[in-house]
Design a binder for this molecule. Structure first.
Ligand code: F6R
Length: 242
């Protein structure tokens, strides 16, 4: 696992965007899997600027997303579908036909299986962008998720609901389950970058780097992949040993 420690959120976002830019320039038709949430937001802003400056194009990029809440419509401003369009897709030249998110409505089991098939059909994920939960989740693979897990419905833990309530009017509105790529799906990506900033992530980052590989900390399974880069700020690095 490669570790990059940057001074603050802005420099983390610059480094992450530079890596993504380099990958896109190397393979203009690549399949990228995006995360939602606060961690990648500034990186997405940098990608938008790079697109506006004509440094990169997303015209031939196919996108996937890690996860989506179950039971809320795409039009709901709290949905990840809405988040991605608002914060990235509407501001770049990606072809709407090439945008794929897991479907959190209808038959979730079937949606999960179809999503897995689609990823394979499109040739797999070249670049995976991850955040990390305070409890070590990646995508919505909460503690206890199996290494061999695939896209499926997952019950959100209390700490995830607590962390995500800021996006909703109140805590009761946070969906109790989500559809999420599994750990096996994530680990099949060719290249993975994980963005983490702020002190609240420092324990999860410590556990991922220095802790054991265990279902209790889903991010620890990233140690099994041969091309993972953690890009974190000094606050998230606070507990790390030298
Ligand atoms: C979101 C996702 C989650 C977040 C994590 C961190 O698509 O997969 O694992 O990356 O919950 O969220 P933020 O970045 O909001 O702290």
């Amino acid at each position: 696992m490669k570790l990059i420690i940057e001074k603050n959120e802005d420099s983390v976002a610059q480094v992450a965007a530079d890596i993504i830019k380099k990958e896109i320039l190397n393979n203009k038709k690549m399949n990228i899997c995006f995360a939602t949430g606060n961690s990648p937001l500034k990186t997405y802003n940098n990608l938008i600027k790079m697109y506006e400056n004509k440094e990169i194009s997303f015209k031939n990029i196919t996108s996937f997303n890690l996860d989506e809440y179950v039971g809320i419509s795409k039009e709901n401003p709290c949905s990840y579908h809405y988040f991605m369009h608002q914060n990235l897709f509407n501001k770049i030249d990606i072809n709407p036909k090439n945008i794929n998110l897991p479907n959190g409505n209808g038959d979730i089991k079937k949606n999960g299986q179809e999503y897995e098939k689609l990823i394979v059909q499109k040739g797999g994920i070249d670049l995976m962008i991850l955040g990390i939960g305070v409890n070590g989740h990646i995508a919505f693979n909460e503690p206890g998720s199996k290494l061999e897990s695939r896209t499926r419905e997952i019950e959100l833990t209390e700490s995830t609901i607590e962390a995500n309530k800021i996006y909703f009017k109140n805590k009761d509105e946070v969906p109790k389950t989500a559809i999420s790529m599994g750990l096996a799906t994530i680990l099949e990506a060719k290249k993975i970058i994980l963005i983490a900033t702020g002190q609240s992530k420092s324990q999860a980052i410590f556990n991922t780097i220095h802790g054991e590989i265990t279902e209790k900390n889903p991010a620890s399974f990233l140690n099994k992949h041969n091309d993972v880069t953690l890009i974190i700020d000094e606050k998230a690095a606070k507990l790390l040993k030298n």
